[in-house]
Design a protein around this ligand. Sequence first.
Ligand SMILES: *Cc1c(COP(=O)(O)O)cnc(C)c1O
Length: 388
Amino acid sequence: MSDPYSRLGVRRRINAAGALTRLGGAVMAPDVVEAMAAASRASVDIGELQDAASARIAEATGAEAGLVTTGAAAALTLAAAASIARWDVAKMASLPHGDFPRDILIPRTHRTGYAHALAASGARLIDIGHNDRGTGAGVRGLEAWEIEAALSPAVVAMAFSVNATSLADLPTAVAACRAAGIPLIVDAAAQLPPKENLKRFVAMGADLVAFSGGKALGGPQASGILAGRRDLVASALLQQLDMDVAPETWSPPKLVDRANLRGVPHHGIGRGFKAGKEEIVGLLTALDRFVKADDASNNARLEARLKAIAIELNGHKVTLVPASVTGRVPVLEIAVPEALAVSARLQRGDPPVHLSERHAARGVLTLDPQVLLPEHDAPLTAALRAAL
Ligand SMILES: *Cc1c(COP(=O)(O)O)cnc(C)c1O
């Protein structure tokens, strides 16, 4: 097969920055590619396929149900829409507008750039809490009373961005949401690996959890997972499916209990991010691979590659940070004054080279090998030696 990128005049890049969306996310394994190609050559009922996906996702996450979405951001929009509309087809038809409760609580320190995905559903985000631990200003985290004080009949859910720091506050949020009878939506998009996190947040009591499929999971770039409570996942699915159906002949997915619906919904807020059969099958194939993978030996292999690169960079201040410290994959931290200037120079190179800029403010460029192809180790090392 000819190279589609060279035909288009688009350069291939050396990616040592991680599975970033703007660089194309994950690089898929051959069996995932083959499964997608095979899936593309047939007609299937997408609702039936999502039912099968739900069973697989439930098994992998410990949740009651699951849905393949077009990314974690889409999963957040659908999670918010499900929390607002539940089984109400009139509310589904009305979103993102509507004269009904649609407030979602969000701790101030959890309001990332991805909060827009929640708001896109029509939810009104209500900022709560101080969280001095999260900002580094002090010792206190999110507190139950901060959630309770913000509750009102207009509140339909609470959102939570989980990471190593915020995790300590998750039990507080779970308990407060349980007591209030509202779902807790957890953004865990980039919290894989470790694979234990597929189950962790559900086990801790989150009602809905969003994961990216196109980052560490190694699925199609435009895929993701929404895992959680069956009724909420069903509402999310209804708002994502193609609903150009005759009520007389519509056979809903098994996830959907038609007795709960007073009519057949129209196209919902999620119709613009439909998951195709290729994404659904590709995501499930990648999920299966990810669950079965041997993290310890993968990390040992990555660490050996990083050590070899570090030796070639002798004379420069490089630190290997093992997976046990990063919580995901091992990385190489390279101390460089003017980190962003060096990064810009690397990106202008031929081939362009990308390192992670997440610690650039403290003079560090991070070599993240998550999606770095082994054949790129040598040209990457050469580019680094030249740029440093
Ligand atoms: C990447 C990311 C998302 C969006 O995930 P997509 O799968 O690209 O839609 C959402 N939240 C966080 C914290 C992320 O890192």
